[in-house]
Design a protein around this ligand. Structure first.
Ligand code: IVH
Length: 670
């Protein structure tokens, strides 16, 4: 392929991928299935790798992340990001309406919108290209989180139709409930502390250094305000509608996410509608925003010290009810973590009957100073989960004492442990505490691990009850005759189960490692360990320092991995899985070239085309080895920006070839 052909093909592919991305994430009307979409993306990635000079800054391949931001730069907003005044009652809204109506001598159109509960973002576009995305910060200055924002699929990297050449757009980045629940399930499976709510998770995610991890978190956005020196249209509502045509995900009038109205009655109707309906939204809102539509009118009303006079927000009251605490029971999770749960006298709140509420951990019980038989306050905010927020002390009888956290596992009676600095108590009996054993098996067979079809929760329960499985290695010695004797297991389901088990022997090492369910070893960590150590024996014998050396692996994970391999029953399990034929070595990779054979390279600094992780992969794919420090054995030092001075000095001392990212690309393209 000639350079011109490559450039042309990259342009065409990018436009096509942008279009399908928009259809899928903004319009909700996809025209391609996932596989075909991935194929387009793969073609583009391959071309960009071969012709890095044409890999555009806003290529759709950026959606998967890769760029690392070590330090988020502080950026001054072109237009300050103000906050909103709050109101809490119809009366206050009515006062606000009267106030603004006095400020202009003409009729006012109001726009009602949802108040999304996430993180505010300001994005600057020039010539239809996303240039910079900045958090709100203190309103004057925020942090540059461009690399991370580029991974959010509903935010366009390139605009379509007749967009203005230079403008900012403001909106909210949030985490939909579905993603929040998925992430917490994954965290639970590897024993990580659960995230508290979608808003904090969205805000934490936006500040992560590795944009690849951000891309996996499934953030979403709604854009609700356009700022430019030249007004886009007469009013706010009309501008937002235009922004939709440029490719933004903006509030949809047909879903009543945005609505124009002329008076208080219309505003209150919108508020009442969403007070009831908000529990059915797939994301959190914490109120309603009301804005004066016309830009001229807005301008004449101006601002107070902190917020515009032409807008206000109505905050929903968290719904609060009282109910009796009957008992506290304790659940044992897959990793042995103990969760106290309050069993309540059933009570209706926000349209659902609640009988149970998580108390999270011992600290929470202590904080609430909960006594047996207390009458508690239960609240449901915008969030999905109701929580106990306090105790009605007037109704406490003196007959009962404080709730005592259990000291033994409710399932296996083992003495619970709580490590220094940990919020949760754990049952240490990993090998025979039933929910832990069953949980481990469930994790092992799950889609992202061994992906064994035909084996659901109930079947595992049954196999466990009949003592046919005690750990995951037992799956590989199951016989058809044994399975046929079980209830609900007919010939067909038995053969599909056995076929699923057989197929799982082809699963890659990284997924097997993830499937083992080592505490804190999630999908990403498993991938990193496999890439670094290549086989299980190397991971098993790795020292604490060697583990710590791996990107993103810190003290907590390194200790957990070491602990896992110190346990002889785990080693025996791995041996049984090895004999069953499971894969414990990294697949031998097809090399792109052997141009770097016998060469050792060190990477230092930050790079513009590739991330460090990608550079490392490229070196290995071309036959080379990557070392972490410069020595006499180093052949090349690939030097990026802000390279460590120690490395530079060592490289000069040993006479190592220092090459730029550009030259490195040239070498591997030879
Ligand atoms: S307009 C000057 N519209 O609420 C007006 N804000 O206190 C600026 N928010 O941090 C904001 N949904 O992140 C506006 N539809 C909406 C909103 C919204 C959520 C957040 C915003 C800001 C806070 C304002």
């Amino acid at each position: 392929m000639t350079q011109d052909e490559a450039k042309q093909k990259i342009l065409v592919l990018s436009a096509e991928i942008h279009r399908h991305n928009h259809l899928y994430y903004v319009e909700n009307a996809s025209q391609l299935d996932d596989f075909d979409f991935d194929m387009l993306l793969k073609q583009l990635e391959a071309l960009e790798l071969e012709f890095p000079q044409f890999a555009f800054e806003n290529s759709p391949s950026k959606r998967v992340g890769g760029d690392i931001t070590k330090k988020f730069e502080t950026v001054r907003h072109r237009f300050p990001m103000l906050s909103l005044s709050n109101t809490y009652s119809e009366e206050e809204i009515s006062e606000w309406v009267t106030r603004v109506q006095k400020l202009v001598a003409e009729p006012i159109d109001f726009v009602c919108e949802l108040k999304y509960d996430g993180v505010a973002i300001g994005i600057h576009y020039e010539n239809g290209q996303l240039l910079k995305a900045v958090t709100r910060g203190d309103g004057e200055k925020g942090e540059d989180v461009t690399n991370n924002v580029k991974t959010i699929r509903s935010i366009p990297l390139q605009l379509s139709n007749d967009f203005p050449l230079d403008f900012d757009i403001r909106g909210e980045i949030f985490m939909p409930h579905s993603q929040f629940q998925r992430i917490n399930l994954e965290r639970e499976a590897i024993g990580e502390q659960l995230f508290a709510n979608p808003r904090n998770t969205a805000s934490g995610t936006l500040k992560m250094q590795d944009s690849k991890l951000v891309a996996e978190r499934g953030l979403d956005s709604y854009l609700y305000g356009i700022y430019s020196t030249e007004p886009i249209d007469q009013g706010h509502y009309e501008s937002v509608m235009r922004a939709a045509s440029w490719g933004f995900k903006t509030p949809n009038p047909s879903k009543r996410f945005i609505e124009k109205t002329k008076d208080l009655a219309g505003i209150m109707d919108f508020i009442r509608y969403w007070d009831l309906e908000r529990s059915n939204l797939p994301f959190d809102i914490d109120g309603i925003v009301i804005k004066v539509n016309n830009y001229q009118q807005q301008k004449s009303m101006g601002f107070t010290a902190k917020s515009p006079r032409w807008a206000t927000s109505f905050k929903f009251k968290a719904k609060r009810v009282e109910t009796a605490l009957i008992t506290v029971s304790y659940q044992v999770g897959r990793t042995g973590s103990i969760t106290p749960v309050a069993n309540l006298s059933p009570v209706l709140i926000g349209g659902t009957t609640v009988k149970r509420a998580s108390l999270h951990n011992a600290d929470q019980i202590e904080k609430l100073m909960l006594h047996e038989n207390d009458v508690v306050y239960l609240e449901k905010g915008g969030e999905i989960i109701p929580k106990i927020v306090g105790v009605n002390l007037d109704k406490r009888s003196g007959d009962f004492g404080p709730i005592q956290f259990i000291s033994n596992c409710p399932e296996c009676n083992a003495l619970l442990v709580r490590s220094e600095g940990e919020a949760n108590h754990y049952c240490p009996n990993e090998t025979s505490c039933p929910p832990q054993v069953k949980g481990k098996i469930q994790h092992f067979i799950s889609r992202k691990a061994l992906n064994i079809d035909g084996l659901g929760e109930e079947t595992i329960e049954l196999l466990f009850e009949k003592e046919l499985i005690r750990d995951v290695s037992d799956l590989y010695v199951l016989k058809a005759e044994q399975l046929l004797q079980l209830d609900r297991m007919a010939e067909k389901s038995v053969s599909s189960l056995l076929a699923g088990i057989e197929l799982s022997k082809n699963v890659t090492f990284e997924r097997v490692l993830f499937g083992l369910g080592i505490r804190f070893v999630g999908e990403t960590v498993a991938k990193k360990l496999v890439r670094y150590f290549k086989n299980i024996d190397a991971i098993q014998s790795a020292t604490y320092d060697q583990l710590n050396e791996v990107e993103e692996i810190g003290e907590k994970i390194a200790m957990s991995v070491q602990q896992y391999f110190l346990d002889t029953s785990n080693l025996a399990l791995i041996n049984r899985l090895k004999s069953a034929g499971l894969c414990f070595v990294k697949e031998s990779e097809v090399l792109d070239s052997t141009i770097l054979r016998d060469k050792t390279l060190v990477i230092s600094g930050t790079f513009s085309v590739f991330s460090r992780e990608e550079l490392k992969e490229l070196i290995e794919k071309n036959g080379g080895k990557v070392a972490s420090s410069v020595s006499s054995k180093t052949d090349y030092l690939v030097a990026g920006d802000n390279m460590g001075p120690a490395k530079l000095k060592a490289a000069n001392g040993f006479g190592v070839n220092i090459i730029s990212e550009e030259n490195f690309i040239k070498i591997i393209s030879l």
